[in-house]
Write a protein that binds this ligand. Structure first.
Ligand SMILES: *Cc1c(COP(=O)(O)O)cnc(C)c1O
Length: 494
């Protein structure tokens, strides 16, 4: 009997024409390099036209399209309307600009495409090495553990989960019912909102996040912290964690971390630091006193994608007590058991240190960047940004009709245009309109905050492409727009 031949048509997602794909890839790289080289010549931001926004709503595609035509759509509709954080005059929120080698590293990592959860392969070792380098940067002991995460928010949450699960070993199995105490977390009123989310997510409730008032330089009031802790204890509550700021998001204020470390010790509290960007100057000897106490923290959250300029996204959490870290997250499962040999051997799975299982190879861009520049170059870049903040503050203080709204203790400058004889309310409207015009006209992209009810144009400098002339342009243009708006009752056509 003749065997029936079944023809099975099998497919793959790899290109039918590798040569064409390679040519397109080379073109993309050439285009992106040209784009990066000319970044400062383009507007920092431009409004997305209505028809482009409509294009973003096209329906789910069922039919194929050539990669070349998709790339054409990218260059036409996506690339021009970028956020602008790679531009030399971008100083909004706290954002880094990435680097060309970081871009290439992401391409290499994506090409290898390892799932960096577990196993005996190079990406695991590179991430462990980056964690080790992070320990060295911040003076953590070699027994400390860590993990790379999407950013500061998740790093803060990861630290607080570890703190909570370390507080009582039964919390993992029984939940907070294991306690007959209400836990309380202490931090300043300037702390980033991700900490509130973290306190909510770990089941403590934001009602038990004490946001202690700050002094005139936006640092936590230590006297009020002590008083609040004493009151809470008297009321039968349980102080369990103190969170210090190394660089607040509004003004860059650095809490008295050393003092917070010793209060935490006295009170038996876990001491966590949110150092998303402001922990980075720990690399500079001149910050030894200001940032003293970081090395004493039980946990530290910081970002590589902000003031270490690594391409999005990558943050990190370090936890002093590696056992506490592991005990907070590790679970055993038959399908995840380690072996002595083969792929299932290798270093400890990263799932022991956080919520994720599948994870990308974000360590590669950090590893390549740190090797490319060396810490000494980063020290110079961070110092350069700090000096630019002082340069800008100086320009403001020596310009008529400008006002500095907060002490410049780090890399954040908050100012307003103030021609005189206006109420705070009018100044708020005027400065908000100035900011919108600076962005709409594509000149510069600072952001904003309210400081004691006063609208501040806020310049956060974590930008390795900014030059002093960029800050001069900012001030000249703020004045030009301010004068124009003032003459037009604060409003211009947008
Ligand atoms: C940016 C920032 C965060 C959040 O970090 P992401 O990387 O954006 O998740 C937390 N705290 C401070 C002080 C920040 O500046």
């Amino acid at each position: 009997m003749k065997k029936e031949e079944i023809i099975v048509k099998e497919e793959t997602l790899d290109p039918g024409d590798w040569e064409a794909m390679k040519t397109l890839g080379h073109k993309m790289i050439d285009d992106m390099f040209a784009y990066l080289q000319q970044v400062g010549e383009r507007p920092v931001w431009q409004q997305i036209p209505a028809n482009t926004k409509q294009y973003f709503k096209d329906a789910l595609p069922f039919q194929p399209q050539t990669p070349a035509s998709i790339y054409e759509e990218f260059t036409k509709h996506i690339l021009p309307y970028t956020k602008g954080n790679i531009h030399p005059r971008f100083w909004s929120w706290v954002e880094g600009g990435g680097t060309p080698l970081g871009m290439l590293a992401d391409m290499l990592a994506s090409g290898m495409n390892p799932n960096n959860a577990l196993g005996d392969h190079a990406a695991m070792y590179i991430e462990y090495q980056v964690i080790d380098w992070s320990r060295q940067m911040f003076g953590f002991p070699s027994s400390a553990t860590g993990i790379l995460l999407s950013g500061g928010s998740i790093a803060n949450i990861t630290a607080l989960i570890a703190a909570r699960n370390n507080f009582n070993k039964n919390i993992r199995s029984q939940g907070l019912h294991a306690l007959n105490a209400q836990l309380v977390v202490y931090t300043s009123s300037e702390t980033h909102t991700c900490v509130q989310k973290a306190v909510e997510v770990i089941g403590i409730g934001s009602q038990y996040l004490r946001q202690i008032p700050v002094d005139e330089n936006y640092r936590i009031r230590i006297d009020l912290l002590r008083k609040t802790i004493a009151n809470d204890k008297q009321a039968g509550l349980f102080p369990f964690c103190i969170i210090g700021n190394a660089g607040t998001v509004n003004t860059g204020a650095i809490d008295d971390l050393d003092e917070l470390a010793s209060i935490s010790k006295q009170e038996g509290c876990w001491f966590h630091i949110d150092g998303a960007f402001g922990a980075i100057p720990k690399l500079l000897p001149e910050f030894e006193a200001t940032l003293a106490g970081i090395e004493k923290a039980d946990s530290l959250a910081f970002d590589f994608h902000k003031w270490l300029y690594v391409n999005y996204e990558v943050g990190c959490v370090l936890i002093r007590d590696g056992e506490a870290h592991r005990n907070a997250f590790s679970v055993s499962a038959n399908y995840l058991l380690s072996h002595e040999k083969g792929l299932a051997a290798g270093p400890e799975p990263f799932s022991h240190f956080g919520m994720e299982l599948s994870r990308g190879f974000k360590a590669l861009k950090v590893w390549m960047s740190l090797k490319e520049h060396g810490i000494e170059k980063y020290q110079r870049m961070i110092r350069q940004n700090l000096q630019q903040a002082q340069f800008l503050a100086n320009l403001i203080q020596h310009s008529n009709s400008f006002e500095l709204l907060a002490e410049v203790s780090l890399n954040i400058v908050c100012y307003r245009y103030n021609p005189g004889n206006l109420t705070d309310n009018d100044l708020n409207t005027l400065n908000k309109n100035i900011l919108m015009q600076l962005q709409v006209q594509g000149i510069a992209s600072p952001s904003y905050t309210l400081l004691q009810g006063r609208y501040a144009i806020r310049v956060a400098i974590t930008n390795h492409r900014s030059r002093r002339k960029d800050f001069e342009i900012l001030i000249t243009e703020t004045r030009r727009i301010g004068e124009e708006l003032y003459k037009n009752n604060y409003s211009l056509q947008i």
